[in-house]
Structures are given as C-alpha cells and as structure tokens.
Design a protein around this ligand. Structure first.
Ligand SMILES: Nc1ncnc2c1ncn2[C@@H]1O[C@H](COP(=O)(O)OP(=O)(O)OP(=O)(O)O)[C@@H](O)[C@H]1O
Ligand SMILES: [Mg+2]
Length: 481
C-alpha cells in the first residue's frame, strides 16, 4: 500500500504540473492537501467527464471497495450514486458543504472544482469531512437555537413597533364562520371607519382588534387599548381625555395624557364599551363627532385623530331598549359590525386551534405539546362557555397533568374537562407540595375561572359571585393571562 500522504501530494503535483508552480498558491495547496486528506474521512478526484481519477484508501474503505484501483476510470456516479461531483464539474461552482446519503450513512462533504492554466475546468476533488453527523450536532443545535432566538426577537420587535401583539394570522380558524370574521376584519383594515366587535368572553375580540390595526394604514402608529370595565367610573374621564396641569390640587400637577392623546394618529380600542356610564357616553360621543377632546380641568380643546375599534360581550341593543346605552353612540360606533362566533359554533376549528394553542403554550418551554384525533373529539363533546381562553386553559392543564412528551388523548382531555359546568376535582392526580403563594394563586385562578364559566363569561356577575369588585376581578384576570 502507498504512503497516503505522499500519494495525495503526489497526485496534486500531477494535477498542477511543474509549469503551474506559482509560488505561494501552489505551496499552500501542497501544504493543505495532505492535512485535509488525513483529517477527512476520505478524498476522491474526478476528471472533466466526472470519471474517477484517484481515490484514497480511507474513502475506498468507507465505500466498501475491495480494491481502490477497480474504481479508477469509472463514472463517479456508478460508485457513489448520490454524489454531486458531476454538477461541480459541469458548473465550475464548488459545493462547500453538503450532506450526502451513502448506504444509510450521512456524510458531510465538500466538493471543489479545479482548473488548468487557461482557466478551463479539469475536474473536481471532494473530501468527506465527517462520516457521521455527530460532531456537527452541537453546531446544528446551536444554529437552530440562534435562529429561533432571532425569529422571536424579530417578531417581538415588529410587534413593539406596531404596539400590538397580534396580527391577522393569529386569529386561527378556517371554518366558514372564522373566514367571514377575517374577511370583515380585512375590510375594516382597509377603511377608516369605526368597527364594533361583538362576541362572548374569550372569543378573540382583543386578538382581532390588534390584528385590524396591524394590517391597517395606521399600523406604524400607536395601538392603545382601554378596558372600560376595569377602571372605576370616577377615574374614567381622566383616563380617556387626560388631565390638564393643576387640575387637581396636591401632588399631581403635571399634565397627564389620556388614552385619546396617546392613541393620536393610531387606533383606540374601547374594550367592554357596554360598561360605560351614561355620563361618559355623552362625552365620548362628542369627542368622536368633533374629533377633539377637552382634558379634565382645561378649558381648551385639543384635536385628536383616532380610529376607534370598540368591543363588547353585552347585548347593546337590549341595553338601548332599557336605557343604559345611548343609541346615538351605538350608531356612531357600529359602522362596521363584526360578530365573532362562539367556539361552539365553529367546532370545525378545534383541531387547528389546538395545534396553534399547544404550540404557543410550549413556546420557550422544553415541552412538546401534541394532541391526537381522539383528544380533539373529546374536546368537541363540551360546549365551551369560556371559548378559546377556556380551551387554552384546558389544554394547558391537560399538558401539565399528562406524562412528559406524551400525546394528549381522549383520557387526558376528559380528566381535565369540566363536566356540566363543574370540574371533576376529585379525580385530579395528587399534586406535589408547592410554595403556599403559588397554591393560593392557583386556587384563586381556578375560582375565577369557575365563576366565569358559571356566568358564561359575564364579569359583573362573576365578580358578584366571588364577592369582589369588577375592577379587582379585571386586575386579577390581567395577571392571569
Ligand atoms: N381565533 C383565535 N385564534 C387563536 N387564539 C385565539 C383566537 N381567539 C382568541 N384566542 C386566544 O384566546 C385568548 C382570549 O382572547 P381575547 O383576549 O382576544 O378574547 P376576548 O374576546 O377579548 O375576551 P374577553 O371578552 O374575555 O376580554 C387569548 O389567549 C387569545 O390569544
Ligand atoms: Mg378582551
């Protein structure tokens, strides 16, 4: 057997010829070639017609050839079916890094063309850098992690710029009802008119409001949300219209901007608009009609340019009939109405929703969340008074209680699915001892959820059941989501 080093270097001399000896380049190649040849798991060369002209010992062993010289003169494709050396000879372009399958082995290879003095292609050389992917695993997983981080950072940045967390793609669903919602949302995005979103709790009103903003012409302007129900009535006016300096005696002598000013140029999302006291309804109507506001304690009006998206889970028409909502404000807000169907009316979306929600739940956790068809069917047996928020919580609970890495099946779902509105607490798996604060927080979250389910998402009634004020309930809900 030849000495492989001199064999390879000798082959290079043959390739380049004495007259090509041109100082450094030649020396470098001569110095590098044996190193590559030895460090790699194999080396091979072909001529202009992609026929093998040389192959070293380690590559013949790797390929399982009895006698390397048998391979000489044969088309390289015959000996290595998945090689791309003919392509390199054809195009003159190196393939610096590639993974090649050979008899169920994955080889990491590099392929380089080489030229004669006139710049014509003479052939190509290839090295097998690694004969399995193991050494590359840390590199590949690091790359994947960096790539994920980058994608997450880009997404977060884009949302920060928009001021929104959601875009239209986040409203998951392909049922006719969901598509109709999206169609209207796109229509709304293309125009400047006020939009009224109507839907039960947890149907995605917030998601949709942000999505409309983020595909509208105001996308690069602020999106400001204000939840009317979460703010005590006596503070609402200041929250909406701001406070002029010196309006109050005492500490707060500075100007405080209201939501209208903050949203100037962009979108103002009036959440739970049905919870607005009548006195403020009149002021809101005036602001919308005139396009100007009067901060508290100021006698000057300020022009504002906002696009209003309002949302409510209440029946505004019934409220008008009983005199608790102004009809003129209703018509002002309800130029384009988007009813968002409850989940029970779009069960066809359960599957895709589960996929999207599980992915979201597992994001950033070292968890894999999957559900099978039987699991999805099990979810279909329930009527979802808490809609998608409740679905998310059920999936989260099922995942917590199932074995790590398992797929959620019907059993896993039935174990956590509320039946007839009451949770099967008795059959919950024994839980490990946790810090008291966490146990209390969990119990509180569960009580709130149960109250919301019992009242079909009516927060005022839920707050009453729980014996807390509506704004405290909102505070707690905000912490939970
Ligand atoms: N179509 C949807 N696709 C994916 N996720 C959704 C969808 N709709 C809602 N969600 C998710 O469900 C949860 C509740 O959504 P959101 O807060 O928008 O509902 P809401 O109608 O504003 O509820 P509420 O009346 O209680 O304020 C969020 O976690 C949201 O991401
Ligand atoms: Mg909401």
């Amino acid at each position: 057997m030849h000495d492989l080093r001199s064999d390879g270097a000798g082959y290079m001399t043959q390739l380049f010829g004495e007259k090509n000896r041109n100082g450094l380049t030649r020396d470098l190649i001569e110095a590098l070639f044996p190193m590559f040849e030895e460090a790699s798991a194999g080396a091979i060369a072909v001529d202009r017609d992609a026929r093998i002209t040389w192959i070293n010992h380690s590559y013949s062993q790797l390929l399982g050839l009895n006698d390397p010289s048998d391979a000489i003169g044969h088309p390289v494709k015959k000996v290595i079916p998945h090689t791309r050396m003919p392509e390199v000879v054809e195009t003159g372009k190196p393939l610096l890094l590639d993974i090649m399958e050979h008899q169920q082995q994955q080889l990491v290879v590099t392929r380089l063309p080489y030229y004669d003095d006139n710049g014509d292609i003479v052939g190509a050389i290839a090295f097998v850098l690694y004969d399995d992917l193991q050494p590359l695993t840390p590199l590949v997983s690091k790359y994947r992690r960096l790539h994920q981080d980058l994608a997450a950072a880009r997404k977060a940045l884009a949302k920060k710029v928009r001021g929104t967390r959601y875009s239209l793609g986040d409203f998951v669903g392909a049922s006719p009802a969901a598509l109709e919602v999206k169609r209207r949302a796109r229509l709304a995005a293309g125009r400047e008119m006020p939009v009224l979103l109507l839907g039960e709790t947890g149907t995605g009103k917030e998601v949709l409001a942000q999505a409309i903003h983020s595909v509208s012409g105001r996308a690069d302007k602020p999106f400001v949300g204000v939840n009317v129900a979460a703010i005590p009535d006596n503070l609402l006016e200041a929250e909406f219209f701001g406070v002029a300096p010196g309006a109050y005696t005492g500490a707060d002598r500075r100007t405080r901007e209201g939501k209208f000013q903050l949203a100037n140029g962009g979108t103002l999302f009036l959440d739970e608009v049905g919870d607005m006291p009548l006195s403020l309804q009149a002021k809101l109507l005036r602001a919308l009609q005139e396009g100007e506001i009067e901060p508290l304690g100021s006698n000057k009006v300020t022009p504002v340019d906002v696009r209003v998206i309002a949302a409510t889970s209440r029946n505004l028409e019934a409220m008008i009939a009983e005199g608790s909502f102004r009809s003129d404000l209703y018509y002002r807000l309800n130029v384009l109405e988007i009813p968002i169907p409850p989940l029970r009316e779009r069960m066809a979306d359960l599957g895709v929703l589960c996929e999207a929600l599980l992915e979201e739940i597992c994001l950033g956790l070292e968890l894999r969340g999957e559900i099978n068809d039987a699991g999805v069917s099990a979810l279909g047996s329930y009527d979802w008074p808490g809609n998608i928020r409740e679905l998310r919580n059920v999936l989260e609970r099922a995942l917590t209680m199932s074995e790590e890495g398992g797929v959620l099946d019907a059993d896993a779902i039935f174990r956590v699915l509320p039946r007839n509105g009451s949770r099967p607490l008795a059959i919950q798996a024994p839980r490990s001892v946790r810090p008291l604060a966490q146990t209390i927080a969990n119990a509180e979250a569960q009580a709130i959820e149960e109250a919301l389910v019992a009242t079909r998402g009516n927060r005022s009634r839920a707050a009453k059941l729980l014996g807390i004020s509506r704004s405290v309930l909102y505070e707690k809900l905000a912490k939970m989501s």
